[in-house]
Design a protein around this ligand. Sequence first.
Ligand code: AMP
Length: 285
Amino acid sequence: MRIVKSKRDLRALVSSWKADKQEVGVVMTMGALHEGHLSLVGAAKTDNDRVIATIFVNPKQFDNKADLDAYPVDTDADLKKLEDAGVDLVYLPQAEEVYPKGYSTTVAVGTMQDCLCGATRPGHMDGVTTVVSKLLIQTSPDRAYFGQKDFQQYLLIQRVASDLDLDVDVIGVPTVREGDHLALSSRNRRLSADQRAIAPTLYKVESTIADLIRQGEAVDHVLEWGRKVILDSGFDRIDYLEVRSEEDLELFSDVADRDNLLSGRIFVAAWLGNTRLIDNYPISR
Ligand code: AMP
């Protein structure tokens, strides 16, 4: 496995693969890798001749410095996991390589970004779409893999790739969960034992809401029930618990017709102490 830190070395290697007509897949991460990330690598390995993983904790997507400072870093363990998973190349740039002095361009999507995480984390989505655009241009892959765990991010990146005519397939990979259904996340490492026991409530609430909506219950009513269960279980605060279209994130309420509702997805973000967890779940499972 090659590890490169500069755009120049990255491009040289990718160009040599392309000259040999090899197809390239990329998986972008912020490190602190777990089985969720490795499932993206697995999908990329299946579809491509070569797989690139990037590790970059992108300062532009953190709206809160304390969250950035607390973000777990474990590069040696990450590199071992990527090597064992059969990654060909790891791109590990420093912040100055991605945002050199004078850097001043932002890639901002005009739709789907004012809601959910975009509404509660100012600047976050622009930070994500900017860095992903740059990494797509730098790695020039045939396919790029994103987790459906960050569903809004996945939709926005599809939009960017389409709008900017990037010649890449953006592929969404299903969420990997623990045995008790908690979605794997680098942030789970920060949970105390008590918080870890509370965290799977998000999945329980989402899956129950999906059942109830399928059975014909009113959306607003079940969401109100869900908010209460989440707070009663010990979560400190809810940023959102909503049902939205999985095509364009349009907000669904009781006026939406039932067929439409079945193509909806439940989205949740909630805080346990200083740790913010997110998840989403399709209504028609
Ligand atoms: P992150 O390092 O958290 O920025 O995530 C890097 C990529 O891994 C993103 O495309 C995430 O959506 C994806 N990812 C994170 N957690 C999971 C998970 N539990 N299952 C599947 N993909 C995930």
